[in-house]
Design a protein around this ligand. Structure first.
Ligand code: SF4
Length: 100
């Protein structure tokens, strides 16, 4: 596990803390697709990952609960969540590339 992996896991844990039930979440085991854009990563690869992640969100049986919970996050957790794909929402990568 890399430092980036543990950062993503920490973010997911904080976002998902308090969620009643995410059984059947489509992202389980595919977390790398949802990770924030890394400035060392080609942007077209990040866009491809995020498109695949959004497709999973669109099929996810717990999307509504996930999206509502993420919407209710505040502060640092909310800022970090906006950089990843979560709850059927993807970040604007071109904006992130210009303003890291
Ligand atoms: S909506 Fe997306 S991020 Fe949320 S649990 Fe489902 S697959 Fe995961």
């Amino acid at each position: 596990m890399t430092a980036a992996d543990s950062g993503t896991l920490d973010l997911l844990a904080r976002i998902l803390d308090g969620l009643p039930n995410l059984s059947g979440a489509a992202c389980v085991g595919r977390e790398v697709l949802f990770d924030p854009y890394d400035r060392d990563e080609p942007i077209d690869l990040a866009e491809y990952r995020h498109a695949r992640a959004l497709a999973l969100c669109n099929e996810c049986p717990v999307r509504s609960a996930c999206a509502e919970h993420v919407h209710n996050q505040r502060g640092d957790t909310a800022r970090r969540a906006r950089r990843a794909v979560i709850g059927g929402r993807a970040p604007r990568l071109t904006q992130q590339k210009e303003n890291p």
